[in-house]
Design a protein around this ligand. Structure first.
Ligand code: NAI
Ligand code: HPV
Length: 390
């Protein structure tokens, strides 16, 4: 029986993927084999030795101590693209809210509860509505920082609305580049994007390189009257610098999914409570992807969409057993393990070996399950981190 510990509210559609004759799934469970979680922060929690893999039912993995888990041979998965449409739609809402007097206009209308005469109210509306006038998105320029799953969907939508789109992404993958509409103009650096855009939206991961990407210095380049949208992460934007820029009437508005005390109580900030991925569809997609990847790893050792391990998949080679192991990515380890198998007359049927950074991962199908002392001998090979027989 495999045991899965859940954190956060994970969609039932995803949890239902776990066949309950093989899996126990609960938020409170001892010695779990795997975790499935959303934004719960794992940095301050001890990791039980039983944990083999962690599935982040979402995109960002900054709530998981990935480097530390890698050293322990724990595979971390995410769900790339599974919630991208939900974020895209909220960013679009943010741009619309930033272009018109929607929220102040509605708040004003809702405040007129003392009025009883409909005709009088109608006359007042017509008199006051100019206070809530705005401008259109069509013809404006949108800058997208980070052109991955979310950024590229936003580019499509903005172009369909008649906006001009400029993108900046120094780490763009070939796959992401293929997805990108050809009309997206390329900015050579962040400064040049900020200087040219009426709206700027951020879609980069929270990593060291993006910490306070938007800061006092970069905001000097921003076009006067621009609207900045941050539906990526709090750490990417220095909120104090944003407040300074808003106070100086350089930035016109800051619209984000990450409220901070310094941002609240201002008319020029709209802060939402991290609801970018909170749609039924995104929650389902993420949970299903996370659960499927976790199960395939636990049952077959296959790895898809990991953020720290290489992608490795191999069809089962008939009866017999499968040995999987991960090791530090140094030479000689696989040879050593194969000689342990040969010395113990365990015949190899098929195998695959891949590496990513400091980690190497191997799947070896063998004719018969290795005895416990053979598994112990593999575990004892220098630089081997974890071994499983499945
Ligand atoms: N508000 C919410 O609920 C959600 C927020 N997010 C956040 O959005 C981020 C992006 O999500 P996806 O588009 O799905 O990820 P993705 O991995 O598909 O795209 C990220 C893009 O950022 C680029 N990038 C990396 N470093 C960069 C830099 N220094 N400058 C410019 N571009 C850089 C990468 O090359 C990549 O193309 C996530 O890491 C997460 O933090 C994601 C989903 C929901
Ligand atoms: O997928 C992401 O990176 C998100 O920020 C979504 O977070 P959530 O799963 O809604 O807690």
């Amino acid at each position: 029986m495999y045991k899965i510990k859940t954190y956060n509210k994970i969609s039932v559609k995803g949890l239902d993927r776990f066949d309950r004759s093989k899996y126990e799934v609960a938020s409170d469970i001892n010695s779990p084999d795997g975790y499935i979680l959303r934004s719960h922060k794992l940095h301050d929690e001890a990791l039980p030795e039983s944990v083999k893999a962690v599935a982040r039912a979402g995109a960002g993995t900054n709530n998981v101590p990935v480097a530390e888990y890698s050293k322990k041979g724990v595979v971390v998965f995410n769900a790339p693209g599974a919630n991208a449409n939900a974020v895209k739609e909220l960013v679009l809402s943010g741009m619309l809210l930033g272009s018109r007097g929607i929220i102040p206009g509605m708040n004003w209308a809702q405040s007129l509860t003392d009025m009883t005469d409909a005709a009088e109210m109608s006359a007042l509306m017509e008199k006051q509505k100019s206070n809530f006038a705005g401008s259109e998105l069509t013809g404006k320029t949108l800058g997208i920082v980070g052109l991955g799953a979310i950024g590229s969907l936003i580019a499509d939508t903005a172009l369909a609305l008649g906006m001009k789109v400029i993108g900046y992404d120094p780490a763009l993958s070939v796959e992401a580049a293929w997805r990108l509409p050809s009309q997206v103009a390329r900015a050579e650096n962040l400064q040049s994007l900020l200087a040219r855009c009426d709206y700027v939206t951020l879609h980069v991961p929270a990593i060291e390189a993006t910490h306070h990407l938007i800061n006092e210095e970069s905001l000097k380049s921003v076009k006067e009257g621009a609207v900045l949208l941050n539906f990526a992460r709090e750490a990417i934007v220095d909120a104090a610098a944003v407040v300074q820029s808003l106070d100086a009437k350089k930035l016109r508005m800051y619209i984000c999914d990450f409220p901070e005390p310094i941002l609240l109580g201002r008319d020029d900030v709209y802060a939402m409570p991290h609801i970018g991925a909170s749609t039924a569809e995104a929650e389902e997609n993420c949970a299903i992807m996370g659960a499927d990847q976790l199960m395939d790893y636990l049952e077959n050792g296959n790895i898809r969409n990991s953020v720290n391990f290489p992608a490795v998949q191999m069809e089962r080679s008939g009866p017999g057993a499968r040995i999987t192991f991960c090791n530090d990515n140094v030479s000689g380890v696989l040879g050593h393990v194969l000689s342990v198998l040969a010395d113990n007359s365990v015949n190899v049927v098929d195998m695959v070996n891949k590496s990513r950074g400091d980690i190497a991962y191997n799947i070896i199908d063998v004719e018969q399950a290795p005895a416990d002392d053979v598994v112990a001998a593999i575990k004892a090979v220098e630089h081997v981190i974890t071994v499983r027989v499945i």
